[in-house]
Every structure is written in structure tokens, then in C-alpha cells.
Write a protein that binds this ligand. Structure first.
Ligand code: SF4
Length: 281
């Protein structure tokens, strides 16, 4: 067994162990994202109330209609944010799909997530953990919305760094160039995709990933990447449901990365059986 193969094997074993995490641990991993978003919301409301208090004398001077307009707008904005976050929280924790399918990027996530990231940075909370938590919440929302996923056009997106650095096969443009030698997980992932009739692509960045999604127009995406790329990608391709699988980086970021095959198989099973919702969320 080569050292690379041994490394992949060792990762697979540890990955299987990680895959057996209990339901409460899976739920616990969602808390950083949800907690920071709730704190961000309360701070935003406090900031909004302070701003309203400060501008009130000037608004009062400008007349009643402008007063109503300002406070109504502020109220609607906070109701939308708070309501959206409440629905995301309940759906994520219970698996009951309460989300409204508006087909656009979530305003709640768009507004609150950057504030949550900033807050996490202020209190020195690990940014990667926050992003991992976001991916976990996203996966639980995807699972909760299983009944809405129609069709079998599923795209598997792999990062280029899964290919071992000593392999000179050009696989980003044509995956058939991979000879499936077993030195990296790419060959194995191609076989899994073929077995289940899934489209598979290797991409070297977010731009190419978005291009592949736009070209293939999938009904679901299984994306393997680091938590940072997944966090951006999941928001970019919304409303396409994404099941994110965070890669392992035993050699550091972006080089000879690995992936937990148990998690990939869970994602494949989920999309092949959309009604199956008893997966770990
Ligand atoms: S499995 Fe494919 S991509 Fe990986 S080392 Fe072998 S030929 Fe290269």
C-alpha cells in the first residue's frame, strides 16, 4: 500500500467514526450559526431602535406620514428577518419544512450572516466552526425540503484539490481523463456517480462551479469542498438545494484533500430517495 493510499484509508476509518455522531451532537453543531444569527438580530433591532430614537425629532418635524412610513418600514424589515430566522431555526432543528419557497436567496441569511461572522470575529470564535455550522444548518434545511425536490438531475461537484498533486491528468475539463488508479478519491467518486446516474464535475473554483450549475441546471447538488467554499457556493446557487460535504485536509488547505465516503454516500442516498428524511440532520 502506498503512503497516499494508506492516508486515504486512515481518513476513511476516522471518517466512518465521525459519521456515527449522535443526533444531539448533529443538532449541537447547528447552534453556533443559529446563536450568532439570533444575537445579530437582537443587536440589529437594538441599533434600529436607537436610530429611530435619534431621528424621531426630525421625523416629527417633517410630518406624520413620513413618521408612519419610517416606522412601518423598520417594523416590516425586522418582522421579515425575525420571522425568517425563526422558520430556519424550527425547520433546521425539527426537520419539519416550514420554509416559504420564494425561489430567491434568503434575506435573513444575506443580512444576518455577515453580521454573525463579524460578531464571531470580535469574540474570537473560530470562523471555520461558524461556517461548518452554516453548512450543517443548510444540509438540515435541504433534508427537510426533500419532498420539494423533483427529478433526478443531480450534480456532484468536486474540488480540484481532491486530485493528488503528483497526478498530471487534466480532469477539470474532461473527467474521462482520470484512469481511476486509486491514488486519490476522484476515481472512486466517479464510480459512485456512474452507479447512481449522477453528473459529476471537478471544478477549480467558485466561478467554474457556478458555470457548471448554470449549464446543467440540476435539481440538486452534492458539493464537496471546504467550509468556506461551501458557505459561498450554497448561497450563490440558491434556490438549488445543496447537500454540502466538507472535505478533510490532512496536508493543509487546497492540497491532496480527502473526503468522507460515508457522507458522500449519505448525500447520494438522500437525492436518490427524496422522501427519505431520517438522515442525520
Ligand atoms: S484517481 Fe484519477 S485523478 Fe486520482 S490520481 Fe488516479 S488518475 Fe489521477
Amino acid at each position: 500500500m502506498t503512503s497516499e493510499a494508506a492516508q486515504i484509508s486512515a481518513n476513511s476509518v476516522s471518517s466512518v467514526l465521525r459519521g456515527e455522531e449522535s443526533a444531539w451532537l448533529a443538532a449541537w453543531k447547528k447552534f453556533p450559526f443559529l446563536s450568532f444569527c439570533w444575537i445579530s438580530l437582537f443587536l440589529l433591532i437594538a441599533g434600529g431602535m436607537l436610530a429611530a430614537y435619534l431621528v424621531y425629532p426630525r421625523l416629527y418635524a417633517l410630518g406624520q406620514p413620513l413618521n408612519y412610513l419610517f416606522f412601518s418600514g423598520l417594523g416590516v424589515f425586522f418582522v421579515v428577518l425575525g420571522g425568517g430566522l425563526a422558520l430556519i431555526t424550527v425547520t433546521s432543528l425539527t426537520g419539519i419544512d416550514l420554509l416559504y419557497p420564494h425561489g430567491k436567496r434568503s434575506v435573513t441569511v444575506k443580512v444576518l450572516f455577515p453580521i454573525a461572522v463579524f460578531l464571531a470575529m470580535l469574540v474570537r470564535f473560530n470562523r471555520a466552526s461558524l461556517m461548518v455550522s452554516f453548512v450543517k444548518v443548510n444540509n438540515s434545511l435541504t433534508i427537510a425540503q426533500a419532498a420539494r425536490i423533483k427529478g433526478n438531475r443531480i450534480l456532484v461537484l468536486l474540488p480540484h484539490c481532491l486530485q493528488i498533486d503528483v497526478c498530471n491528468r487534466k480532469i477539470t475539463n474532461d473527467l474521462s481523463n482520470c484512469v481511476r488508479c486509486g491514488k486519490c478519491p476522484v476515481g472512486n467518486l466517479i464510480e459512485i456517480s456512474e452507479e447512481h446516474g449522477l453528473k459529476i464535475e471537478v471544478v477549480n473554483g467558485g466561478t467554474l462551479a457556478r458555470k457548471r450549475v448554470a449549464m446543467f441546471r440540476p435539481q440538486g447538488v452534492i458539493a464537496v469542498a471546504c467550509e468556506r467554499d461551501l458557505t459561498l457556493g450554497i448561497q450563490d446557487v440558491h434556490p438549488v438545494p445543496v447537500y454540502g460535504v466538507i472535505n478533510d485536509r490532512p496536508h493543509g488547505p487546497c492540497v491532496n484533500t480527502c473526503v468522507d465516503m460515508t457522507l458522500v454516500n449519505e448525500a447520494v442516498e438522500f437525492f436518490k430517495k427524496p422522501k427519505l428524511t431520517n438522515l442525520p440532520q
